[in-house]
Design a protein around this ligand. Structure first.
Ligand code: MN
Length: 237
């Protein structure tokens, strides 16, 4: 797993796009045609921390499978599915928008959305996270939920009650913050809401460390890993 570890700071969309562009150049100089594989080939962005940095809440073993196998597979599948299609040159966001809600494009949507969701999720966690937000985010949470404790309870409830695979989110919907849940690969972007934070509640996110105890995983993430600075940056963006 050492090849996946990095000490780089929070991954920005610009980094993500630069990495994609870099990959395209690499392919071009290696003799691939400049068409389908060029401009927007999707790449697995580096983790924003080492694969053991979230222990003991999330083990390096879980990260190895979750990032190194699951997230990577979504990237690889997406590249295969869009190659040679009219979606090949589109950015990840545009592929998601172009395929959402279309049954004949479900495989592309699912893989593209899962690439987006996981890249976002890694940034929602950090070693030494947890605690409480400050500033404008704290004020908006208190205005929308009544208190920080109520916000945390609603997020934990969204994570606990998502039946089967999916995601719990803190979102901005108009001028209110809300806790929402989505199934499988679905994400708030296609519902007109701005995501601030997410917690992955697919079993692959926690089963090696917590088995069936999803609530223990969610509470440990909220207590020790959740990255309120990232949420605040998203709120301001
Ligand atoms: Mn996942």
């Amino acid at each position: 797993m050492s090849e996946h570890t990095t000490s780089s700071p929070i991954l920005t969309r610009r980094d993500f796009l630069s990495a994609s562009a870099g990959a395209a150049i690499l392919f071009a100089v290696n003799g691939f045609p400049a068409g389908a594989l060029a401009a927007e080939i999707h790449s697995l962005p580096p983790l924003p921390y080492a694969d053991n940095a979230l222990e003991p809440v999330i083990s390096a073993k879980t990260m190895g499978f979750h990032y190194g196998k699951h997230h990577k597979a979504y990237v690889d599948n997406l590249n295969k599915l869009v190659a040679g299609t009219e979606l090949a040159d589109l950015s990840l966001d545009k592929i998601i928008a172009a395929t959402a809600g279309q049954p004949d494009k479900a495989a592309i949507f699912n893989n593209a959305a899962q690439v987006w969701n996981h890249t976002f999720y890694w940034q929602c966690l950090k070693p030494g996270g947890g605690g409480e937000p400050t500033g404008a985010l704290k004020q908006q949470i208190e205005a929308s939920f009544g208190s920080m404790d109520a916000c945390r309870e609603e997020l934990a409830a969204a994570a606990a009650t998502q039946f089967g695979s999916g995601w719990a989110w803190l979102v901005q919907d108009g001028d209110k913050l809300k806790a929402v849940k989505t199934g499988n690969a679905d994400l708030p972007l296609t519902m007109g809401m701005k995501p601030l934070l997410t917690i992955d509640v697919w079993e692959h996110a926690y089963y090696l460390d917590y088995q069936n105890r999803r609530a223990d995983y969610v509470n440990a993430v909220l207590d020790k890993l959740i990255n309120w600075d990232f949420a605040a940056a998203n709120l301001g963006a």
